[in-house]
Design a protein around this ligand. Structure first.
Ligand code: GTP
Ligand code: MN
Ligand code: MN
Length: 607
């Protein structure tokens, strides 16, 4: 088919006069040969039409309207359940600009390979064009994108996770820059060929061209690989933009903490995946008088305001949260958000009355349909919900959203927290000595591998600023960028940096700190450090809280455990040195001298 014969491709029927966008849409349609082209408008009518189509195709099931209004359950192909780091590429012009933490292929070679994969890959399917915006549309420089996809599931999920619709088309105007984000399931249908419920391809590529700000994704329908506004744009491409333009794109939650005196403090925190961002973002403080509101649970974009402070916005519009472990006691606000409806669940289990269930959720069931679509009883092997099953739900439904969550100005950040999952060594909370020391802390973030992942259990994987899988450029340049942010700022206005560890364990493996809502006690100490009113002890690794300085009123734990959770054991820290050394030598020549200086100073203090 030529462009003239692909229904919907006629530029006169397009909702835009943006020449470059129209040119690109025609080019992709001619390459991929869809049956028709449809411009997504993000409307309720479109939602109803596509959810009906996907139910007919067997991709999604409608849940019980009374329990989960306007909500759907998708079961993916069992081989398409997570981000594929080994198939994720940063194709910068020069290899060193991607390395050493990313996969790299020469961009010309990658484009040639993927162009052949894309040839005819949408045959028998609809090609959707989705204009979207990351961050508030009212921003001075709204971050626009257009995703082309042949997946209805992607169209529905993008409506939840990003800002879409006619206002975005308006913002694009006739020549506004946008990120080109091309996605295909890679599953063309020949004449008369029956479709499968979850089309995908065993060959997968999640490719980024950081200099051209382009994303090419092929073969997967899973969220992190297919909803290109999220990790691909808002972290990998945006981190490269931020490096060029002097801002930060980070894997961070944004939280507002309100003191009994009604003073608000905004806190951003970076923890690796599955280390508690979504939980902390929606915290319910246990200390009387303190309240929390949320602005985001996964991504923060931070830039300097006119007053010299660092302001954060959340580029997303929805939560794409891990379901297992989420329940009415661990995260009641997430539960209320999904209960409000309009939610797409992927790979959770279904109850006999058309509701959802996952491991860790309240309620017991004698029979379920598991994430593979099979009968499940408590005697079955394996979990009912996939460990990486997710809910995709509108942020606006969260009962504790801060009113300013949609403000294009963002919010001024008072503290940045880094953290990971460490059963030893790392205290509950440590304050960095200054910005550069804080960057060193972020650069050495480590988290223990769980039994579920490859690698030795308990092995610490270094994950700088929790960005290891999401960096769009060289990690050494990234760390230098963090140092430069501090150099170019008035240090008194910069956020204070802290390192937290909710996961330290006692000799019988119990957690030394109760965590979750009780983490508000740590947040209170952090706020009091900002105000200069809390004490701490100087240690070789920074200023650490003491049990006396923490508000432990009404907390039902052994103070000895709290003391242990805060202990700085010099021997343990000396054991940490070779592993940091190994990590820094992997980073290589681009390791900033400021970071090397901090490491030498730490070694000095420990000797
Ligand atoms: P991504 O969404 O994948 O980026 O991860 P995330 O950082 O949002 O992780 P999430 O909040 O889904 O991680 C939840 C995991 O951390 C669960 O296993 C929780 O039980 C655990 N967790 C969260 N907060 C705490 C805490 O304060 N203490 C303890 N012990 N575990 C916690
Ligand atoms: Mn999360
Ligand atoms: Mn994440």
């Amino acid at each position: 088919m030529t462009s003239a014969t692909i229904p919907g491709l006629d530029p006169d029927s397009a909702p835009t006069k943006h020449a470059e966008l129209l040119r690109w849409v025609a080019e992709v349609a001619e390459l991929t040969q869809p049956d028709r082209v449809v411009w997504s408008d993000g409307s309720d009518a479109e939602w109803d039409r596509l959810t009906a189509d996907l139910q007919a195709a067997g991709t999604i099931t409608k849940l019980n309207e009374e329990k989960k209004p306007n909500s759907f359950l998708a079961h993916s192909d069992p081989a398409d359940v997570a981000r594929v780091e080994s198939r994720t590429f940063i194709c910068s012009h020069r290899e060193e600009d991607a390395g050493p933490t990313n996969n790299w292929v020469d961009p010309a070679e990658m484009r040639a390979t993927m162009t052949e994969l894309y040839r005819g890959c949408m045959r028998g399917r609809t090609m959707f064009v989705i204009p979207f915006c990351m961050g508030p549309l009212g921003a001075e420089d709204p971050k626009l994108g257009v995703e082309i996809t042949d997946s209805e599931y992607v169209v529905l999920s993008m409506r939840v996770m990003t800002r879409v619709g006619p206002k975005v088309v308006e913002a694009l105007g006739e020549d506004r820059f946008f990120v080109k984000a091309l996605h295909s399931l890679g599953a063309p249908l020949e004449e008369g060929q029956a479709d499968v419920p979850w089309p995908c391809n065993s060959t997968k590529y999640i490719t980024h061209f950081p200099e051209e700000r382009e994303i090419w994704s092929f073969g997967s329908g899973y969220g992190g690989n297919a909803l290109l506004g999220k990790k691909c744009y808002s972290l990998r491409i945006a981190s490269a933009m931020a490096h060029d333009e002097g801002w930060l794109a980070e894997h961070m939650l944004i939280l507002k903490l309100i003191s009994p005196e009604d003073k608000a403090y905004y806190i951003a925190a970076a923890f690796p995946s599955a280390c508690g961002k979504t939980n902390l973002a929606m915290i319910q403080p246990t200390i009387p008088g303190w309240r929390a509101e949320t602005l985001g649970d996964d991504i923060a974009w931070m830039r300097f305001g006119k007053d010299g402070r660092l302001y954060a916005v959340n580029p997303e519009f929805g939560f794409f949260g891990v379901a297992p472990g989420t329940n009415w006691s661990s995260n009641p606000n997430a539960m209320k958000t999904v209960e409000a409806g309009n939610t797409i669940y992927t790979n959770v289990a279904k109850t006999d009355d058309g509701d959802v269930w996952w491991e860790g959720l309240e309620g017991e069931h004698d029979h379920l349909i598991d994430w593979r679509g099979q009968d499940w009883t408590p005697d079955s092997d394996g979990p009912a919900a996939h460990p990486n099953s997710r809910y995709c739900t509108p942020m606006s439904q969260c009962p504790i959203m801060a009113p300013e969550w949609d403000d294009p100005q963002g919010v001024p950040i008072s503290a940045i927290l880094f953290g990971g999952r460490r059963k030893t060594t790392v205290p509950l909370v440590t304050e960095a000595r200054d910005w550069q020391h804080g960057v060193f802390m972020g650069a050495t973030v480590g988290s223990e591998q769980t039994a579920a992942a490859e690698g030795k259990v308990g092995t610490v994987r270094r994950d700088p600023m929790a960005m290891l899988p999401f960096l769009g450029y060289n990690v050494g340049d990234y760390l230098q960028h963090w140092i430069d942010i501090g150099k170019n700022a008035d240090e008194s206005k910069l956020p204070k940096v802290f390192y937290v560890n909710w996961f330290r364990r006692g000799d019988d493996k119990r957690f030394l700190w109760p965590g979750f809502g009780e983490n508000s006690r740590v947040l209170k100490w952090i706020v009091e450090r900002i105000e200069g009113s809390a004490s701490g002890v100087e240690t070789p690794i920074g200023v650490v809280a003491t049990p006396e300085a923490l508000d432990l009123d009404g907390l039902d734990v052994d103070v000895q455990d709290v003391a242990e959770s805060l202990a700085v054991n010099v021997d343990e820290w000396r054991e940490e040195i070779p592993s940091i050394e190994e990590w820094f030598s992997f980073v290589g020549d681009k390791l900033p001298s400021g970071i090397a200086d901090e490491f030498s100073a730490l070694k000095q203090r420990l000797s």
